[in-house]
Design a protein around this ligand. Sequence first.
Ligand code: GCB
Length: 597
Amino acid sequence: MLKPRPTPTREQSSLNGLWSFCIDSRAGEQPWNAPLPGPLEAAVPASFNDQFIDPAIRDHVGWVYYQREVQVPRGWVGDRVLLRFDAVTHEAVVYADGERVGAHVGGYTPFDVDLTEHVTPGRTFRLTVAVNNQLTNETIPPGTVHETENGVRKQKYLHDFYNYAGIPRSVYLHSIPTSHVDDVTVTTRRQGTTGLVDYRVETTGSGRVTVALRDEDGAEVASLEGDHGTLGVPEARLWQPGAAYLYELDVQLHQEGRVVDHYTVPIGIRTVEVRGNEFLINGEPFYFKGFGKHEDSAVRGKGHDDAYLVHDTQLLEWINANSFRTSHYPYAEEVLEYADRHGIVVIDETAAVGLNLGVEGGLAGRPTTPSFSAETFNDATQAAYAQHVRELIARDKNHPSVVMWCLANEPASNEEGAREFFAPIVDLARELDPTRPLTYAVVMFANVGNDRIVDLFDVISLNRYYGWYVFSGDLDSAETYLRRDISSWVDAYDKPVMMTEYGADTQPGAHSIWDAPWTEEYQSALLAMHHRVFDEFPQFVGEQIWNFADFQTSNGIHRVEGNKKGIFTRDRKPKAAAHELRRRWRAFGDRKPTASA
Ligand code: GCB
Protein backbone atom coordinates (compact mmCIF):
# COMPACT_ATOMS: atom_id res chain seq x y z
CA MET A 1 0.00 0.00 0.00
CA LEU A 2 1.54 3.27 -1.10
CA LYS A 3 1.98 5.99 1.47
CA PRO A 4 0.38 9.26 0.35
CA ARG A 5 3.14 11.46 -1.02
CA PRO A 6 2.90 14.81 -2.73
CA THR A 7 4.14 14.48 -6.32
CA PRO A 8 3.46 16.52 -9.47
CA THR A 9 0.21 14.51 -9.88
CA ARG A 10 -0.82 14.01 -6.24
CA GLU A 11 -1.69 16.39 -3.44
CA GLN A 12 -2.53 16.00 0.21
CA SER A 13 -3.72 17.99 3.15
CA SER A 14 -3.16 17.00 6.75
CA LEU A 15 -6.16 16.51 9.01
CA ASN A 16 -4.04 16.37 12.15
CA GLY A 17 -5.04 18.74 14.94
CA LEU A 18 -7.96 19.01 17.33
CA TRP A 19 -11.14 17.07 16.62
CA SER A 20 -14.44 17.08 18.55
CA PHE A 21 -14.67 14.01 20.74
CA CYS A 22 -17.36 12.10 22.60
CA ILE A 23 -17.80 8.61 24.08
CA ASP A 24 -20.80 6.57 22.92
CA SER A 25 -22.88 6.77 26.12
CA ARG A 26 -22.87 10.58 25.88
CA ALA A 27 -23.14 10.94 22.11
CA GLY A 28 -26.85 10.21 21.52
CA GLU A 29 -28.34 8.23 18.63
CA GLN A 30 -26.46 8.22 15.33
CA PRO A 31 -24.01 10.97 16.34
CA TRP A 32 -22.57 11.09 12.82
CA ASN A 33 -25.73 12.93 11.70
CA ALA A 34 -25.03 16.09 13.69
CA PRO A 35 -22.25 17.97 15.47
CA LEU A 36 -21.08 15.94 18.45
CA PRO A 37 -22.52 17.08 21.79
CA GLY A 38 -20.27 18.46 24.56
CA PRO A 39 -17.17 20.56 24.71
CA LEU A 40 -14.46 17.89 24.44
CA GLU A 41 -11.73 18.04 21.84
CA ALA A 42 -9.04 15.41 21.33
CA ALA A 43 -5.66 15.77 19.68
CA VAL A 44 -4.86 13.73 16.56
CA PRO A 45 -2.46 11.96 16.31
CA ALA A 46 -2.62 10.66 19.90
CA SER A 47 -4.40 8.01 21.91
CA PHE A 48 -7.42 9.58 23.58
CA ASN A 49 -7.07 7.87 26.97
CA ASP A 50 -4.57 10.02 28.86
CA GLN A 51 -5.66 13.31 27.30
CA PHE A 52 -8.68 13.46 29.60
CA ILE A 53 -8.92 13.46 33.39
CA ASP A 54 -12.28 11.68 33.48
CA PRO A 55 -11.72 7.99 34.30
CA ALA A 56 -14.94 7.12 32.48
CA ILE A 57 -13.21 8.25 29.28
CA ARG A 58 -9.76 6.85 30.00
CA ASP A 59 -11.03 3.36 30.69
CA HIS A 60 -14.03 3.50 28.37
CA VAL A 61 -14.69 0.21 26.58
CA GLY A 62 -16.59 0.46 23.30
CA TRP A 63 -17.15 3.18 20.72
CA VAL A 64 -15.96 6.76 20.82
CA TYR A 65 -16.50 9.43 18.17
CA TYR A 66 -14.13 11.89 16.57
CA GLN A 67 -15.45 14.63 14.31
CA ARG A 68 -14.27 17.62 12.31
CA GLU A 69 -15.11 19.74 9.28
CA VAL A 70 -12.96 19.09 6.24
CA GLN A 71 -12.42 21.40 3.30
CA VAL A 72 -11.87 19.62 -0.02
CA PRO A 73 -9.39 21.66 -2.10
CA ARG A 74 -11.15 23.16 -5.08
CA GLY A 75 -8.39 22.13 -7.47
CA TRP A 76 -9.14 18.42 -7.01
CA VAL A 77 -11.91 18.32 -9.62
CA GLY A 78 -11.50 15.23 -11.80
CA ASP A 79 -9.21 13.46 -9.30
CA ARG A 80 -10.05 10.73 -6.85
CA VAL A 81 -10.38 12.09 -3.32
CA LEU A 82 -9.26 9.74 -0.57
CA LEU A 83 -8.95 9.75 3.18
CA ARG A 84 -5.89 8.02 4.57
CA PHE A 85 -5.84 6.89 8.18
CA ASP A 86 -2.36 5.72 9.16
CA ALA A 87 -3.98 3.88 12.08
CA VAL A 88 -7.24 3.85 14.00
CA THR A 89 -7.09 1.63 17.07
CA HIS A 90 -8.68 -0.87 16.82
CA GLU A 91 -11.72 -0.53 14.53
CA ALA A 92 -13.11 2.39 12.55
CA VAL A 93 -16.31 3.32 10.78
CA VAL A 94 -16.10 6.50 8.72
CA TYR A 95 -18.98 8.84 7.88
CA ALA A 96 -19.03 11.80 5.50
CA ASP A 97 -21.96 14.14 6.22
CA GLY A 98 -23.72 11.27 7.98
CA GLU A 99 -23.20 8.76 5.19
CA ARG A 100 -21.20 5.63 5.99
CA VAL A 101 -18.29 5.68 3.54
CA GLY A 102 -15.82 3.13 4.90
CA ALA A 103 -14.70 0.87 7.71
CA HIS A 104 -11.57 -0.95 8.85
CA VAL A 105 -10.61 -3.49 11.49
CA GLY A 106 -7.06 -3.65 12.89
CA GLY A 107 -5.48 -0.94 14.99
CA TYR A 108 -1.95 -0.70 13.63
CA THR A 109 -2.18 -0.70 9.85
CA PRO A 110 -3.33 2.04 7.47
CA PHE A 111 -6.44 2.20 5.29
CA ASP A 112 -7.95 4.49 2.67
CA VAL A 113 -11.55 5.55 2.25
CA ASP A 114 -12.57 6.66 -1.24
CA LEU A 115 -14.67 9.81 -0.94
CA THR A 116 -14.81 10.71 -4.63
CA GLU A 117 -18.53 10.01 -5.00
CA HIS A 118 -19.41 11.60 -1.66
CA VAL A 119 -17.72 15.00 -1.54
CA THR A 120 -17.27 18.01 -3.80
CA PRO A 121 -14.02 19.88 -4.42
CA GLY A 122 -14.30 23.42 -3.06
CA ARG A 123 -16.89 22.41 -0.41
CA THR A 124 -16.64 21.24 3.18
CA PHE A 125 -18.06 18.10 4.71
CA ARG A 126 -18.48 16.80 8.24
CA LEU A 127 -16.16 13.88 8.87
CA THR A 128 -17.07 11.55 11.74
CA VAL A 129 -14.95 8.59 12.74
CA ALA A 130 -16.42 6.02 15.09
CA VAL A 131 -13.59 4.23 16.90
CA ASN A 132 -13.97 0.95 18.78
CA ASN A 133 -11.27 -0.07 21.26
CA GLN A 134 -12.61 -3.52 22.09
CA LEU A 135 -10.46 -6.61 21.83
CA THR A 136 -12.13 -10.00 21.51
CA ASN A 137 -11.04 -13.56 20.76
CA GLU A 138 -11.44 -12.65 17.08
CA THR A 139 -9.24 -9.55 17.02
CA ILE A 140 -5.46 -9.15 16.69
CA PRO A 141 -4.33 -8.61 19.39
CA PRO A 142 -6.99 -10.59 21.25
CA GLY A 143 -8.82 -9.86 24.50
CA THR A 144 -12.15 -10.32 26.24
CA VAL A 145 -14.77 -7.87 27.43
CA HIS A 146 -16.92 -8.56 30.46
CA GLU A 147 -19.38 -6.64 32.57
CA THR A 148 -18.94 -6.14 36.30
CA GLU A 149 -21.77 -6.70 38.78
CA ASN A 150 -22.30 -2.97 38.66
CA GLY A 151 -22.80 -2.98 34.93
CA VAL A 152 -19.40 -1.48 34.00
CA ARG A 153 -17.73 -2.93 30.93
CA LYS A 154 -14.13 -4.03 31.46
CA GLN A 155 -11.55 -5.01 28.87
CA LYS A 156 -9.08 -7.79 29.61
CA TYR A 157 -6.17 -8.69 27.41
CA LEU A 158 -3.16 -10.96 27.32
CA HIS A 159 -0.43 -8.36 27.00
CA ASP A 160 0.80 -5.97 29.66
CA PHE A 161 0.99 -2.68 27.72
CA TYR A 162 -2.02 -0.42 28.20
CA ASN A 163 -4.72 -0.72 25.57
CA TYR A 164 -4.35 2.82 24.25
CA ALA A 165 -6.84 3.63 21.51
CA GLY A 166 -8.15 6.38 19.28
CA ILE A 167 -6.46 7.94 16.25
CA PRO A 168 -2.76 7.62 17.15
CA ARG A 169 -1.31 8.31 13.70
CA SER A 170 -1.76 10.89 10.99
CA VAL A 171 -4.87 11.43 8.91
CA TYR A 172 -4.72 12.94 5.42
CA LEU A 173 -7.11 13.96 2.72
CA HIS A 174 -5.29 13.17 -0.50
CA SER A 175 -5.87 13.18 -4.21
CA ILE A 176 -4.72 10.72 -6.82
CA PRO A 177 -5.40 10.77 -10.55
CA THR A 178 -8.21 8.52 -11.88
CA SER A 179 -5.62 6.47 -13.77
CA HIS A 180 -2.86 5.91 -11.28
CA VAL A 181 -0.05 3.84 -9.89
CA ASP A 182 -1.71 1.53 -7.39
CA ASP A 183 1.24 -0.32 -5.96
CA VAL A 184 4.99 -0.74 -6.37
CA THR A 185 6.95 -3.73 -5.09
CA VAL A 186 10.72 -3.67 -5.04
CA THR A 187 13.25 -6.32 -4.03
CA THR A 188 16.99 -6.07 -4.42
CA ARG A 189 19.89 -8.41 -5.17
CA ARG A 190 23.58 -8.14 -5.91
CA GLN A 191 25.74 -9.56 -8.64
CA GLY A 192 29.32 -8.67 -7.87
CA THR A 193 29.36 -4.92 -7.48
CA THR A 194 26.17 -4.47 -9.52
CA GLY A 195 22.94 -3.91 -7.63
CA LEU A 196 19.83 -5.46 -9.14
CA VAL A 197 16.48 -3.86 -8.40
CA ASP A 198 13.51 -6.05 -9.30
CA TYR A 199 10.35 -4.00 -9.51
CA ARG A 200 6.68 -4.57 -10.21
CA VAL A 201 4.14 -1.78 -10.72
CA GLU A 202 0.38 -2.18 -10.52
CA THR A 203 -1.82 0.44 -12.09
CA THR A 204 -5.47 1.34 -12.33
CA GLY A 205 -6.23 2.29 -15.90
CA SER A 206 -4.16 1.36 -18.93
CA GLY A 207 -1.02 3.15 -19.94
CA ARG A 208 2.69 2.89 -20.37
CA VAL A 209 4.84 2.57 -17.23
CA THR A 210 8.35 3.98 -17.03
CA VAL A 211 10.71 3.78 -14.09
CA ALA A 212 13.93 5.64 -13.39
CA LEU A 213 16.31 5.11 -10.50
CA ARG A 214 18.14 8.16 -9.13
CA ASP A 215 21.01 8.27 -6.69
CA GLU A 216 21.24 10.59 -3.69
CA ASP A 217 22.56 13.38 -5.92
CA GLY A 218 19.54 13.07 -8.18
CA ALA A 219 21.53 11.53 -11.05
CA GLU A 220 19.71 8.83 -13.04
CA VAL A 221 21.55 5.53 -12.74
CA ALA A 222 19.10 3.18 -14.51
CA SER A 223 15.75 3.30 -16.26
CA LEU A 224 13.31 0.96 -17.96
CA GLU A 225 9.92 0.81 -19.56
CA GLY A 226 7.30 -1.71 -18.50
CA ASP A 227 5.33 -2.62 -15.40
CA HIS A 228 7.99 -5.04 -14.21
CA GLY A 229 11.64 -5.65 -14.79
CA THR A 230 15.11 -5.52 -13.29
CA LEU A 231 17.19 -2.38 -13.07
CA GLY A 232 20.94 -2.88 -12.97
CA VAL A 233 23.05 -0.44 -10.99
CA PRO A 234 26.79 -0.80 -11.68
CA GLU A 235 28.97 -0.06 -8.62
CA ALA A 236 25.86 0.16 -6.49
CA ARG A 237 26.06 1.91 -3.14
CA LEU A 238 24.61 -0.49 -0.59
CA TRP A 239 22.16 0.22 2.19
CA GLN A 240 24.12 -0.87 5.24
CA PRO A 241 23.45 -0.96 8.96
CA GLY A 242 24.66 2.36 10.32
CA ALA A 243 25.40 3.65 6.81
CA ALA A 244 22.17 4.03 4.89
CA TYR A 245 22.18 4.85 1.21
CA LEU A 246 18.87 5.41 -0.55
CA TYR A 247 18.10 5.56 -4.23
CA GLU A 248 14.79 6.90 -5.40
CA LEU A 249 12.61 4.93 -7.78
CA ASP A 250 10.62 7.31 -9.92
CA VAL A 251 7.52 5.63 -11.36
CA GLN A 252 5.45 7.29 -14.09
CA LEU A 253 2.24 6.25 -15.79
CA HIS A 254 1.81 7.66 -19.31
CA GLN A 255 -1.32 7.94 -21.40
CA GLU A 256 -1.41 9.48 -24.87
CA GLY A 257 2.05 10.94 -24.50
CA ARG A 258 1.22 12.56 -21.14
CA VAL A 259 2.38 11.68 -17.62
CA VAL A 260 -0.90 11.02 -15.80
CA ASP A 261 0.62 9.79 -12.54
CA HIS A 262 3.94 10.09 -10.83
CA TYR A 263 5.08 8.33 -7.63
CA THR A 264 8.46 7.91 -5.97
CA VAL A 265 9.69 5.17 -3.65
CA PRO A 266 12.95 5.33 -1.64
CA ILE A 267 14.95 2.15 -2.30
CA GLY A 268 17.83 0.63 -0.40
CA ILE A 269 19.93 -1.94 -2.24
CA ARG A 270 20.76 -4.66 0.24
CA THR A 271 20.41 -8.39 0.76
CA VAL A 272 19.27 -10.33 3.79
CA GLU A 273 19.85 -14.02 4.23
CA VAL A 274 19.96 -16.72 6.87
CA ARG A 275 22.71 -19.21 6.22
CA GLY A 276 23.23 -22.00 8.73
CA ASN A 277 23.27 -20.20 12.03
CA GLU A 278 24.29 -16.83 10.63
CA PHE A 279 22.15 -13.80 9.88
CA LEU A 280 23.70 -12.04 6.90
CA ILE A 281 23.11 -8.50 5.70
CA ASN A 282 24.87 -7.88 2.37
CA GLY A 283 26.60 -11.20 2.83
CA GLU A 284 28.18 -10.14 6.15
CA PRO A 285 27.26 -11.70 9.52
CA PHE A 286 25.13 -9.26 11.47
CA TYR A 287 24.68 -9.16 15.25
CA PHE A 288 21.53 -7.42 16.53
CA LYS A 289 22.23 -5.01 19.41
CA GLY A 290 19.22 -3.16 20.68
CA PHE A 291 15.81 -3.32 22.25
CA GLY A 292 12.22 -4.26 22.09
CA LYS A 293 10.43 -0.92 22.14
CA HIS A 294 6.93 0.47 22.50
CA GLU A 295 5.19 3.42 20.98
CA ASP A 296 4.55 5.00 24.35
CA SER A 297 4.85 8.38 25.98
CA ALA A 298 3.08 10.41 28.63
CA VAL A 299 -0.23 12.05 27.62
CA ARG A 300 0.06 10.95 23.96
CA GLY A 301 -0.10 7.25 24.78
CA LYS A 302 0.65 5.49 21.52
CA GLY A 303 0.37 8.67 19.47
CA HIS A 304 3.16 9.03 16.94
CA ASP A 305 5.45 11.91 17.75
CA ASP A 306 8.33 13.01 15.53
CA ALA A 307 10.20 14.54 18.47
CA TYR A 308 10.21 11.21 20.32
CA LEU A 309 11.21 9.47 17.10
CA VAL A 310 14.24 11.71 16.75
CA HIS A 311 15.15 11.56 20.43
CA ASP A 312 14.75 7.78 20.72
CA THR A 313 16.96 7.20 17.72
CA GLN A 314 19.52 9.64 19.10
CA LEU A 315 19.56 7.52 22.25
CA LEU A 316 19.92 4.33 20.20
CA GLU A 317 22.94 5.87 18.55
CA TRP A 318 24.35 7.10 21.89
CA ILE A 319 24.09 3.63 23.38
CA ASN A 320 25.65 2.01 20.26
CA ALA A 321 22.55 -0.02 19.40
CA ASN A 322 22.04 -0.96 15.77
CA SER A 323 18.49 -2.32 15.78
CA PHE A 324 15.10 -2.64 17.45
CA ARG A 325 12.00 -4.81 17.26
CA THR A 326 8.63 -3.14 16.71
CA SER A 327 7.23 -5.00 19.70
CA HIS A 328 4.29 -5.70 19.76
CA TYR A 329 2.67 -4.21 16.65
CA PRO A 330 3.70 -2.42 13.47
CA TYR A 331 4.90 1.10 14.30
CA ALA A 332 4.01 4.30 12.45
CA GLU A 333 5.44 4.28 8.94
CA GLU A 334 7.42 7.45 9.72
CA VAL A 335 9.49 5.29 12.08
CA LEU A 336 10.47 2.92 9.28
CA GLU A 337 11.18 5.75 6.85
CA TYR A 338 13.47 7.27 9.47
CA ALA A 339 15.17 3.92 10.04
CA ASP A 340 15.62 3.61 6.25
CA ARG A 341 17.33 6.98 6.13
CA HIS A 342 19.53 6.37 9.18
CA GLY A 343 20.60 2.77 8.72
CA ILE A 344 18.75 1.37 11.73
CA VAL A 345 17.93 -2.33 11.41
CA VAL A 346 14.32 -3.25 12.21
CA ILE A 347 12.60 -6.50 13.10
CA ASP A 348 9.04 -5.72 12.07
CA GLU A 349 6.51 -7.40 14.35
CA THR A 350 2.81 -8.05 13.80
CA ALA A 351 0.19 -7.17 16.40
CA ALA A 352 -0.21 -10.88 17.21
CA VAL A 353 0.67 -10.54 20.86
CA GLY A 354 -1.15 -12.62 23.45
CA LEU A 355 -2.26 -15.58 21.33
CA ASN A 356 -1.59 -17.54 24.46
CA LEU A 357 -4.07 -18.34 27.21
CA GLY A 358 -1.25 -20.11 29.05
CA VAL A 359 -0.15 -16.76 30.46
CA GLU A 360 -3.32 -16.86 32.56
CA GLY A 361 -1.97 -20.01 34.18
CA GLY A 362 1.07 -18.17 35.49
CA LEU A 363 4.66 -18.94 34.72
CA ALA A 364 4.12 -22.65 34.49
CA GLY A 365 2.18 -21.74 31.38
CA ARG A 366 -0.54 -24.18 32.28
CA PRO A 367 -3.50 -23.04 30.22
CA THR A 368 -6.77 -22.66 32.08
CA THR A 369 -8.46 -23.12 28.70
CA PRO A 370 -6.85 -24.39 25.48
CA SER A 371 -5.59 -21.47 23.41
CA PHE A 372 -6.70 -22.95 20.10
CA SER A 373 -10.33 -24.08 20.03
CA ALA A 374 -13.67 -23.02 18.58
CA GLU A 375 -14.37 -20.89 21.68
CA THR A 376 -10.92 -19.35 21.99
CA PHE A 377 -8.52 -18.61 19.09
CA ASN A 378 -10.36 -20.05 16.13
CA ASP A 379 -10.78 -19.76 12.37
CA ALA A 380 -12.10 -16.21 12.68
CA THR A 381 -9.04 -15.21 14.75
CA GLN A 382 -6.80 -16.80 12.14
CA ALA A 383 -8.61 -14.95 9.33
CA ALA A 384 -8.15 -11.62 11.16
CA TYR A 385 -4.49 -12.51 11.69
CA ALA A 386 -3.99 -13.35 7.99
CA GLN A 387 -5.58 -10.06 6.99
CA HIS A 388 -3.30 -8.21 9.41
CA VAL A 389 -0.21 -9.92 7.94
CA ARG A 390 -1.36 -8.96 4.43
CA GLU A 391 -1.76 -5.34 5.46
CA LEU A 392 1.57 -5.24 7.29
CA ILE A 393 3.58 -6.68 4.40
CA ALA A 394 1.71 -4.51 1.89
CA ARG A 395 2.74 -1.44 3.87
CA ASP A 396 6.31 -2.33 4.83
CA LYS A 397 7.63 -4.56 2.04
CA ASN A 398 9.75 -1.84 0.42
CA HIS A 399 11.55 -0.63 3.55
CA PRO A 400 15.24 -1.63 3.46
CA SER A 401 15.47 -1.20 7.25
CA VAL A 402 13.06 -4.11 7.72
CA VAL A 403 15.23 -7.24 7.64
CA MET A 404 12.90 -9.78 9.25
CA TRP A 405 9.21 -10.28 10.03
CA CYS A 406 8.39 -11.31 13.57
CA LEU A 407 5.03 -12.98 13.12
CA ALA A 408 4.01 -13.25 16.77
CA ASN A 409 5.05 -12.44 20.29
CA GLU A 410 4.94 -15.33 22.74
CA PRO A 411 2.21 -17.41 21.12
CA ALA A 412 1.13 -20.69 22.70
CA SER A 413 3.60 -22.53 20.49
CA ASN A 414 3.70 -25.36 23.04
CA GLU A 415 -0.01 -26.11 22.82
CA GLU A 416 -2.00 -28.49 20.70
CA GLY A 417 -3.36 -26.73 17.63
CA ALA A 418 -0.43 -24.29 17.39
CA ARG A 419 0.93 -25.80 14.21
CA GLU A 420 -2.43 -25.81 12.47
CA PHE A 421 -2.96 -22.22 13.54
CA PHE A 422 0.46 -20.81 12.58
CA ALA A 423 1.59 -22.86 9.56
CA PRO A 424 -0.84 -21.14 7.14
CA ILE A 425 0.27 -17.74 8.46
CA VAL A 426 3.90 -18.65 7.84
CA ASP A 427 3.00 -19.81 4.31
CA LEU A 428 1.16 -16.59 3.67
CA ALA A 429 4.07 -14.44 4.85
CA ARG A 430 6.50 -16.40 2.66
CA GLU A 431 4.22 -16.06 -0.35
CA LEU A 432 3.81 -12.31 0.18
CA ASP A 433 7.52 -11.79 0.81
CA PRO A 434 9.89 -14.55 -0.22
CA THR A 435 12.92 -12.39 0.60
CA ARG A 436 12.83 -11.78 4.35
CA PRO A 437 13.48 -14.35 7.09
CA LEU A 438 10.70 -15.10 9.57
CA THR A 439 10.78 -15.41 13.31
CA TYR A 440 8.49 -15.28 16.36
CA ALA A 441 9.37 -14.51 19.96
CA VAL A 442 9.30 -17.76 21.92
CA VAL A 443 7.59 -17.59 25.31
CA MET A 444 9.50 -18.74 28.39
CA PHE A 445 7.41 -21.88 28.90
CA ALA A 446 7.88 -23.10 25.34
CA ASN A 447 11.04 -25.16 25.22
CA VAL A 448 12.84 -27.38 22.76
CA GLY A 449 10.83 -30.34 23.99
CA ASN A 450 7.33 -28.92 23.69
CA ASP A 451 7.45 -26.15 21.05
CA ARG A 452 5.53 -27.24 17.95
CA ILE A 453 6.33 -24.58 15.36
CA VAL A 454 9.93 -23.41 15.55
CA ASP A 455 11.04 -25.49 12.56
CA LEU A 456 8.71 -23.41 10.35
CA PHE A 457 10.79 -20.30 11.04
CA ASP A 458 14.30 -19.11 10.10
CA VAL A 459 15.55 -17.50 13.29
CA ILE A 460 14.93 -18.63 16.87
CA SER A 461 14.10 -15.61 19.02
CA LEU A 462 13.88 -16.26 22.74
CA ASN A 463 12.04 -14.20 25.35
CA ARG A 464 13.47 -15.24 28.71
CA TYR A 465 13.26 -13.76 32.21
CA TYR A 466 15.90 -15.68 34.17
CA GLY A 467 16.74 -13.63 37.21
CA TRP A 468 13.41 -11.82 37.13
CA TYR A 469 10.23 -13.90 36.94
CA VAL A 470 12.21 -17.02 37.80
CA PHE A 471 15.26 -17.11 40.08
CA SER A 472 14.46 -13.59 41.05
CA GLY A 473 17.42 -12.29 43.08
CA ASP A 474 19.41 -15.48 42.38
CA LEU A 475 21.60 -14.67 39.40
CA ASP A 476 23.75 -17.71 39.99
CA SER A 477 20.91 -20.17 39.36
CA ALA A 478 19.56 -17.88 36.65
CA GLU A 479 22.85 -18.18 34.79
CA THR A 480 22.86 -21.98 34.94
CA TYR A 481 19.32 -22.23 33.60
CA LEU A 482 19.87 -19.62 30.91
CA ARG A 483 22.97 -21.45 29.64
CA ARG A 484 21.13 -24.76 29.62
CA ASP A 485 18.14 -23.24 27.83
CA ILE A 486 20.22 -21.63 25.05
CA SER A 487 22.32 -24.79 24.63
CA SER A 488 19.19 -26.85 24.10
CA TRP A 489 18.06 -24.70 21.13
CA VAL A 490 21.53 -24.41 19.66
CA ASP A 491 22.01 -28.18 19.85
CA ALA A 492 18.63 -29.00 18.36
CA TYR A 493 18.56 -26.65 15.37
CA ASP A 494 21.02 -25.37 12.80
CA LYS A 495 19.48 -21.91 12.93
CA PRO A 496 20.56 -18.53 14.26
CA VAL A 497 19.45 -17.91 17.84
CA MET A 498 18.91 -14.53 19.42
CA MET A 499 17.38 -13.11 22.56
CA THR A 500 14.47 -10.79 21.88
CA GLU A 501 13.57 -10.19 25.54
CA TYR A 502 15.45 -10.30 28.82
CA GLY A 503 15.57 -7.74 31.58
CA ALA A 504 14.53 -6.60 35.02
CA ASP A 505 12.10 -4.01 36.34
CA THR A 506 14.19 -1.23 37.81
CA GLN A 507 13.20 1.75 39.89
CA PRO A 508 15.65 4.54 39.13
CA GLY A 509 17.28 5.66 42.36
CA ALA A 510 16.93 2.28 44.09
CA HIS A 511 20.37 0.95 45.02
CA SER A 512 21.92 -2.01 46.77
CA ILE A 513 25.29 -3.65 47.12
CA TRP A 514 23.54 -7.08 47.05
CA ASP A 515 21.57 -8.73 44.26
CA ALA A 516 18.36 -6.91 45.09
CA PRO A 517 15.64 -6.88 42.41
CA TRP A 518 14.37 -3.41 41.39
CA THR A 519 17.74 -1.73 42.02
CA GLU A 520 19.83 -0.19 39.28
CA GLU A 521 22.73 -2.45 40.23
CA TYR A 522 20.57 -5.54 39.83
CA GLN A 523 19.50 -4.56 36.32
CA SER A 524 23.16 -4.07 35.37
CA ALA A 525 24.24 -7.35 36.96
CA LEU A 526 21.41 -9.30 35.32
CA LEU A 527 22.32 -7.94 31.90
CA ALA A 528 26.04 -8.62 32.45
CA MET A 529 25.21 -12.21 33.40
CA HIS A 530 23.19 -12.66 30.19
CA HIS A 531 25.92 -11.18 28.04
CA ARG A 532 28.52 -13.46 29.56
CA VAL A 533 26.39 -16.43 28.54
CA PHE A 534 25.49 -15.12 25.07
CA ASP A 535 29.15 -14.62 24.24
CA GLU A 536 29.81 -18.32 24.78
CA PHE A 537 27.60 -19.24 21.80
CA PRO A 538 28.91 -18.64 18.28
CA GLN A 539 25.37 -19.40 17.01
CA PHE A 540 24.03 -16.35 18.81
CA VAL A 541 23.06 -13.49 16.46
CA GLY A 542 21.69 -10.85 18.73
CA GLU A 543 20.55 -9.34 21.98
CA GLN A 544 17.54 -7.08 22.27
CA ILE A 545 16.80 -6.04 25.82
CA TRP A 546 13.31 -5.62 27.21
CA ASN A 547 12.71 -2.66 27.07
CA PHE A 548 14.13 0.50 25.59
CA ALA A 549 12.07 2.66 27.97
CA ASP A 550 9.57 2.24 30.80
CA PHE A 551 6.03 2.13 29.48
CA GLN A 552 2.43 2.29 30.59
CA THR A 553 0.55 -0.88 31.46
CA SER A 554 -2.94 -1.70 32.64
CA ASN A 555 -3.51 -1.77 36.41
CA GLY A 556 -2.11 -4.70 38.32
CA ILE A 557 -0.23 -5.32 41.52
CA HIS A 558 2.90 -6.51 39.73
CA ARG A 559 3.38 -3.13 38.03
CA VAL A 560 4.22 0.16 39.72
CA GLU A 561 3.18 2.99 37.41
CA GLY A 562 3.79 0.74 34.45
CA ASN A 563 6.49 -1.65 33.31
CA LYS A 564 9.88 -0.49 34.58
CA LYS A 565 12.18 -2.73 32.57
CA GLY A 566 13.32 0.26 30.54
CA ILE A 567 17.00 1.02 30.18
CA PHE A 568 15.65 4.55 29.95
CA THR A 569 12.80 5.92 32.05
CA ARG A 570 9.52 6.78 30.37
CA ASP A 571 10.83 10.31 29.85
CA ARG A 572 14.03 8.85 28.40
CA LYS A 573 16.53 9.38 31.21
CA PRO A 574 19.26 6.69 31.39
CA LYS A 575 19.31 4.22 34.26
CA ALA A 576 22.77 3.01 35.37
CA ALA A 577 22.65 -0.02 33.06
CA ALA A 578 22.52 2.31 30.04
CA HIS A 579 26.12 3.32 30.59
CA GLU A 580 27.30 -0.27 30.82
CA LEU A 581 25.43 -1.26 27.70
CA ARG A 582 26.94 1.66 25.91
CA ARG A 583 30.39 0.40 26.79
CA ARG A 584 29.63 -3.18 25.81
CA TRP A 585 28.06 -2.27 22.49
CA ARG A 586 30.80 0.17 21.62
CA ALA A 587 33.38 -2.62 22.07
CA PHE A 588 32.10 -4.58 19.09
CA GLY A 589 30.51 -3.25 15.94
CA ASP A 590 27.79 -5.15 14.10
CA ARG A 591 29.74 -8.40 14.40
CA LYS A 592 29.29 -11.14 16.93
CA PRO A 593 31.29 -10.67 20.15
CA THR A 594 33.29 -13.58 21.47
CA ALA A 595 33.81 -14.75 25.03
CA SER A 596 37.32 -13.33 24.96
CA ALA A 597 36.28 -9.89 23.58
C1 GCB B 1 6.97 -10.52 28.12
C2 GCB B 1 6.21 -9.81 27.06
C3 GCB B 1 6.30 -8.29 27.21
C4 GCB B 1 6.20 -7.90 28.67
C5 GCB B 1 7.36 -8.54 29.41
C6 GCB B 1 7.34 -8.23 30.89
O1 GCB B 1 7.28 -11.67 28.01
O2 GCB B 1 6.58 -10.19 25.76
O3 GCB B 1 5.30 -7.71 26.44
O4 GCB B 1 6.18 -6.54 28.86
O5 GCB B 1 7.29 -9.93 29.28
O6 GCB B 1 7.98 -7.27 31.31
O7 GCB B 1 6.67 -8.93 31.63
